[in-house]
Design a protein around this ligand. Structure first.
Ligand code: HEC
Length: 259
């Protein structure tokens, strides 16, 4: 029934000629479609955890419980100690006690001279909320959102222990997570980059939605248009060279060979 109804609305919408009343009918029919999301449905989607831990659900989990979760549900892809390079770049490694003290991962600053073979998650991530949120919404890869809240705490605690942020007997919870955040090795590593292009003094991405004569087809692809290539110089020369990862050669003249 419902499907049939939607199809007839679509047929109306596609028709080239609209009588005034047909227009009004279509609009009314459109308005009658669907229903408001229930509070429970909204709650199921509303799971983001912010850097100030707003949105973090109450709960707790120990490092040892986390180790069991990790071995059963994560290690096959990420390695027993989060060090595997096989399925994804390593989660653990490349951070030191000095980094934990300074809140800045020295290997990233040192670039090519760094001893770390490549960038790991703990070298990069500044906000523990990001790690918690990501595990909660996306892992394990094959069964996202299947972990209980307490097991997300536990497995996060295990990773924090591997990264030497918390001790082996630690129980991570909503009450003490801010203390772990204060020891994240790259917590001061966030940098602000000016937008590439400014329109009236503001970043060009602050656009308003197009309401008339808009593009009818949008092609989404990932490439740098020629005119934008050297807007910020040659990215290949600005990449922090760690391991085999290299930046794209965006030198417009094409004179600088990729490294
Ligand atoms: C079947 C393989 C698989 C399993 C099992 C798995 N992961 Fe992952 N994990 C991945 C892949 C692939 C990515 C990268 C996903 C992407 O970038 O879109 C990833 C990414 C991550 C990241 C983000 C790393 C970063 O720097 O962006 C974390 C953290 C993580 N996984 C934790 C876990 C935890 C915790 C578990 C167990 C509860 C788990 N993973 C189980 C495959 C897996």
């Amino acid at each position: 029934m419902k499907l049939k109804f939607q199809l007839s609305v679509a047929a109306l919408a596609l028709g080239a000629v609209f009588a005034g009343s047909a227009m009004a009918d279509t609009k009314a029919a459109m308005m009658a479609m669907g229903r408001d999301a229930t509070p429970a449905e909204v709650k199921a989607w509303d799971i983001d955890v912010r850097p100030d831990f707003k949105g973090l659900p109450k709960g707790s989990g120990s490092v040892s419980r986390g180790e069991a979760v990790w071995e059963a549900q994560c290690a096959s892809c990420h390695g027993a100690f989060g060090e595997s390079n096989e399925v994804f770049t390593p989660i653990i490694g490349g951070t030191t006690q000095a980094d934990i003290k300074n809140g800045r991962v020295a290997a990233l600053v040192e670039g090519a001279a760094a001893t770390a073979p490549q960038k790991t998650t703990f070298m990069k991530v500044a906000s523990l909320s990001t790690l918690w949120d990501y595990i909660n919404r996306a892992m394990p890869w094959t069964a996202p959102k299947s972990l209980s809240t307490d097991d997300v705490y536990a497995v996060t605690a295990y990773l924090l222990n591997l990264a030497e942020v918390v001790p082996a007997d630690h129980v991570l919870s909503d009450q003490n997570i801010a203390q772990a955040q204060a020891r994240m090795p790259n917590r001061n590593g966030m940098v602000f980059y000016e937008p590439m292009w400014k329109v009236n003094g503001k970043g060009d991405v602050k656009n308003v939605a197009c309401m008339k004569n808009c593009e009818t087809e949008v092609k989404i692809s990932s490439f740098l248009p020629d005119y934008a290539k050297d807007a910020q110089g040659n990215t290949a020369e600005q990449n922090r060279v760690i391991g085999p990862v290299r930046g794209l050669n965006t030198d417009k003249a094409g004179t600088t060979p990729a490294k």
